[in-house]
Design a binder for this molecule. Structure first.
Ligand SMILES: [Zn+2]
Length: 236
């Protein structure tokens, strides 16, 4: 696979809203809004993550100038801050939650997640307890993947097809376990090997930051060739 190959852009956010004294990667509401406005101006099609499942199944080419927006962890602000902005643009998104964290201080409740799910937001699994997958025994791994899927499906009332590995960590065993548990795609961070091609159980994502309000940087990130820009910056 060529190092210049196209990589379907999947944007990864954590918290959108006020900056806090924790280590959660945060993008302010103002920057998030500017980023979405840029996607609109650049005429990007923002697609539901579930659509990727269909393309993979049909073996179709992923459409160019399209982008998927995802959020990890399911912070409360995903519902209170990010969602109203997404709605204004009419953009779908995916939110990955760990049932063990849902409803805890700072995290969205099941009621809020159900509301999101009714409105163009795909709810996916982030394992049961936000566990770092490479450190789990085979048995724990299976539990984390199966239980979280079952709990979310029963609370939200929709099938869960998508997984996000906490902190992006995964192994070939985890990919096989995700498939066996019934997931149809799984997202990582940018940890997958560059040039590894498009692997539906290791979909690479682009980490979004406050600085991405700069149009040129954002354009690079959604171009599908961001790897090239990163390599030019930091040749390996
Ligand atoms: Zn996480």
């Amino acid at each position: 696979m060529s190092r210049w190959s196209y990589q379907f852009p999947i944007l990864a956010y954590h918290r959108v809203g006020p900056f806090r004294a924790d280590h959660v990667p945060t993008v302010s509401a103002a920057a998030f809004e500017r980023q979405l406005a840029f996607l609109a101006r650049f005429r990007c099609r923002v697609l539901p993550l579930d659509d990727l499942v269909g393309w993979f199944d049909r073996g179709e080419r992923l459409p160019r100038r399209s982008v998927v927006i995802t959020f990890d962890d399911g912070y409360e602000e995903t519902h209170t801050v990010a969602w109203p902005i997404l709605k204004r643009f009419g953009y779908p998104a995916a939110v990955f939650v760990a049932p063990g964290e849902v409803g805890r201080t700072g995290f969205a409740t099941w009621e809020q997640l159900t509301e999101l799910a009714r409105d163009a937001v795909t709810i996916g699994s982030h394992t049961m307890h936000h566990s770092y997958v490479p450190l789990l025994s085979a048995e724990r791994l299976q539990d984390e993947l199966q239980q979280s899927k079952a709990v979310i499906e029963s609370r939200i009332g929709r099938p869960v097809q998508c997984l996000s590995y906490p902190s992006g960590g995964f192994t070939p065993q985890a990919q096989a376990a995700a498939r066996a548990a019934g997931y149809r795609v799984a997202c990582t961070t940018n940890r997958a090997l560059p040039g590894a091609g498009l692997d539906r159980y290791a979909l690479r994502r682009i980490k979004m930051t406050e600085r991405d309000a700069h149009p040129l940087l954002l354009l690079a990130k959604v171009s599908g060739h961001y790897d090239c820009f990163r390599r030019l910056k930091r040749p390996s």
